[in-house]
Structure formats: C-alpha cells, structure tokens
Design a protein around this ligand. Structure first.
Ligand code: NDP
Length: 433
C-alpha cells in the first residue's frame, strides 16, 4: 500500500486476488521462494505522458495518458485503452493487473497491460477526437508493436477511436502492421465478432454457470447495467437465448422496458446517434426512464453489470438477493464491490468475476491477432464458434481450479488460482527477469 499511495482501485484488485491464493502458495513453496507475487504486483513498465491537442475553437487542451505494461510472461502486453475523465494511474493499474489473469485464463498467448487517458470524448466532435487520438499515438507508437504491446478499446474507445489511432500509427511508422491494435474495422484488418465478443462471452459464461445448477437463461428475467459496447451485445445474446432483458442504464439513470429491450433501437441511439438511454425511452411508448436511479432496483433473476467499476455495492447486492436472484456475471471490470461479492457468497448466488466472465473480448482480440498474422479473415460463424469454445474453456478452468483447491463453485477463487498458476509457471521457467 505504501509503495502505491492513493491507488485505491489497484489495492482493491490486488487484495481480491491475494486473498484467494493461500492454498496455492502453501502447496507450491517455489512461488514464494522466487517472489512471484511481489514481481506480479509490480508492472514491468509504466508510461505517463502529456497529450496536447487543439479543440474546434482553436484552444490548446492538455490531457494525461498512461500505458501500464504489466506482465509479458505469456505474450505481448494486451489490454485496452480507456478514455474517461476518471482515468488516473490507480485505475489503469487495477485494469492492467486484472488483465494478466484474465488473459491467462483464455489459454491464449497474451500478456497483460492497460492504458488510457483522462480525455472525455463525450460532446467532442469527430475532428476533436481524431486530433486527440493522433496526438496520443504520436507518443505511444514507440512503445507498441505486434510482438511488444497491442492495445484495444475499452470505455470511451470504440471503432472510431481505434481507426484514428491505427491511421496515425501507420502514418508515422510507415508500416502496415495490422497486429498492432485490435478492435479494428472490418475494412482494414478487424475481426468478425470482436464488437460483440465481450457481451456474448459474458452471456455464454452465465449460461455455463447456470447449467451447473440445472438452470438456463431461457425464460429468465435479466437486468443489464450500462448501454455501451459490452452491455448492448450482452443484451442481444441473452435475448437470443430466450431471456427477457427488461432494463439497462447509463450514468444518467436507467430505463425499464417490460416488452424487452429493443436492441436495434438501442444500437441506433447509442452507436449511431451517440445518445442517452433517456432518448431510447422516448421512442418506446411503454418504456420508463428513471433519472439518477440505480438499475439494481429492478427485480430480476440474472444481473449482468456491464458499466464500470464499483457500480454494484453491498446494499444493491442485498436488494438483488432479497428479490431472489440466481446469478450475477460481471461484464464490466470489478463492477461489484468486495462487500457485494461477500453478500452473493453468503446468499448462495452464483457469481462470475469479470476476469472470467468478460474474457471473451480479449480472447477475440487474440483471434484478430491470429488472423492478422496469417493474413486471413474468418467468417462470423467460425469466429463465434471459437469464442464459444474459449468461454467454455474459461468456465472449465475456473471450475476445476476451484474444485482442486477445495473451493467448489467459487468462481472468484477458481479464476484467480487458474490464471495465477499459468502466469507463475511461465515466470518461474524464465528465471529472474
Ligand atoms: P462503453 O464506453 O462502450 O460503455 C460504458 C457504459 O458504462 C456506458 O453506458 C456508460 O454510460 C456507462 N458508464 C461508464 N462510466 C460510468 C460511471 N462512472 N457511472 C455509471 N455508468 C458509467 O464501454 P464498454 O462497454 O467497452 O466497457 C464497459 C465495461 O466493460 C468496463 O468496465 C470495461 O473495462 C469492461 N470491458 C470492456 C471490454 C470491451 O471489449 N469493450 C472487454 C472487457 C471488459 P455513460 O455513457 O453515461 O458514461
């Protein structure tokens, strides 16, 4: 704690992992003897830099950007960039730390990293976003490469931003290096299913987890928080599997639509018009917008928090449990507070941590890297089949690690242990590096 003052989300993420590793380090003294945990908690490299850019009125603006290259034991650093005013080093380190274990859980050859900036794209014109992205890449490019560090999107960074970043990378390096970024458009090296992957993957994991108790999503009442990339495609896949998704949200409030969220309309409002969920509600006569409220007030059997960290606290968890919830799966990173996670455990609610449930996004990014490396592009069906198999593998790894270390059904312990063991073994094999 003293070494990383004020980085509260990073402390939270590290504690959550370390609390579950006791049985592993007791069994494997070699991890302790070689200080694997101390090494894992210290990023291999951290970059902080200035991003100056000119807004549409001619005023020069200055933002701060970060890239934390956390761990490359399994492959090049891999993890998204987040553009949001709340971004600071503690957020980027928490996300980068989580990413190490998540990437290991996919079984694919990718290390962990994360980046971002306190730039707020909301209300900015396309030209402003482009100038910001170009300025950011003018510094970041020297640290990237398909064998070094491969960023993707996250909150505030979607297809538009990745396009501007890739264009600037190509221009200043004079290299058409497709594998340097993922989440690219289909016209220039992107992968089918990448846009949908995190949301779809979260739903697949939920289905597998429900299956362990003889349940499924079919006919279930589901609430999703957020209305961004992850939320939209979680809603779409849950509905495709027969669930009734009745609510979603953004930072201004939530919308309840008892007819089931209309995904094409939500996509039009959010992806095309860059509007709010209140705009969605206005176009659906029976939908109700609740300003400033918590979406967890809406009764449901399955909850998929897909917005941001610490958005579902102990009180919300108790309310969900009182309403008889069966399962919660984190589409976002660390959306449930530690207290909420404890409540779910006490009340016997199935709980999937983000590093397992939302691993489908980065897994499909790794599939995009495979396609780029082989100068190939796969069909939607084939890519989705790969994603489905990868998520089944993530579920299986979590479940069997939890069983092996005496915590059956505990996906938090299973995810942390399984991810940790894979990274730790690779680090041990490479010596003190
Ligand atoms: P988007 O920017 O597309 O959407 C984010 C959504 O969350 C928006 O609806 C936004 O509402 C809401 N939100 C963001 N910050 C807050 C806040 N402080 N309070 C309330 N609501 C908020 O991001 P993504 O969908 O890509 O990411 C969502 C989560 O999923 C993040 O935790 C991210 O790290 C995680 N994730 C994303 C992956 C991906 O592939 N995109 C992969 C794995 C994890 P508003 O518009 O009002 O801000």
């Amino acid at each position: 704690l003293a070494r990383n003052p004020g980085e509260k989300e990073f402390h939270q993420a590290v504690l959550e992992v370390l609390e579950t590793l006791g049985p592993v380090v007791r069994k494997h003294r070699e991890y302790v003897d070689s200080s694997i945990i101390e090494r894992l908690c210290e990023p291999e490299r951290q970059l902080i830099f200035r991003v100056p850019w000119t807004d549409d009125s001619g005023q020069v603006q200055v933002n701060r950007a970060f890239r934390v290259e956390f761990n490359s034991a399994l492959g090049p650093y891999k993890g998204g960039l987040r553009f949001h005013p709340t971004v600071y080093l503690g957020i980027v380190k928490f996300l980068g730390f989580e990413q190490i274990f998540k990437n290991a859980l996919t079984g694919l050859p990718i290390g962990g990293g994360k980046g971002g900036s306190d730039f707020d794209p909301k209300g900015r014109s396309d030209a402003e976003v482009m100038r910001f992205c170009q300025s950011l890449m003018t510094e970041l490019y020297r640290h990237l490469g398909e064998y070094t560090d491969v960023p993707a999107g996250d909150i505030g960074v979607g297809g538009r931003e990745i396009g501007y970043l890739f264009g600037q990378y190509k221009r200043i390096t004079n290299r058409y290096e497709s594998g340097v970024l993922t989440g690219k458009g289909l016209a220039y090296g992107g992968s089918q299913v990448r846009t949908e992957a995190t949301g779809y993957g979260t739903v697949y994991f939920t289905e597998d987890m429900l299956g362990t108790r003889g349940h499924s999503l079919s006919g279930r009442r589901v609430v999703v928080s957020g209305s961004g990339n992850v939320a939209i495609y979680a809603i779409e896949k849950a509905a495709a599997l027969g669930a009734q998704v009745v609510a979603c949200s953004d930072s201004s409030g939530y919308v309840v639509d008892e007819d089931g969220i209309d995904v094409p309309l939500l996509r039009q409002v959010k992806e095309v018009e860059r509007g709010r969920v209140s705009d969605y509600a206005e176009q659906r006569p029976k939908a109700r917008f609740v300003e400033g409220g918590s979406v967890w007030e809406v009764t449901c059997e399955v909850a998929l928090p897909c917005a941001t960290q610490n958005e579902l606290d102990g009180d919300a968890a108790r309310l969900l449990a009182d309403h008889g919830i069966l399962a919660v799966a984190e589409g976002a990173n660390m959306p449930c507070t530690p207290e909420a996670v404890d409540v779910f455990a006490e009340r016997g609610v199935l709980f999937a941590p983000g590093k397992a449930a939302n691993a489908g996004g980065v897994a499909t990014s790794a599939l995009e890297m495979q396609q780029n490396a082989s100068r190939d592009s796969w069909s939607f069906e084939h890519t989705e089949e790969r994603l489905r198999a990868i998520m089944a593998g993530v579920h299986e790894r979590c479940a069997s690690a939890a069983d092996e270390y005496g915590r059956p059904g505990d996906y938090v312990a299973g995810a942390n242990i399984s991810g940790f063991v894979r990274v730790a073994d690779a680090m041990l094999a490479m010596g003190v590096v």
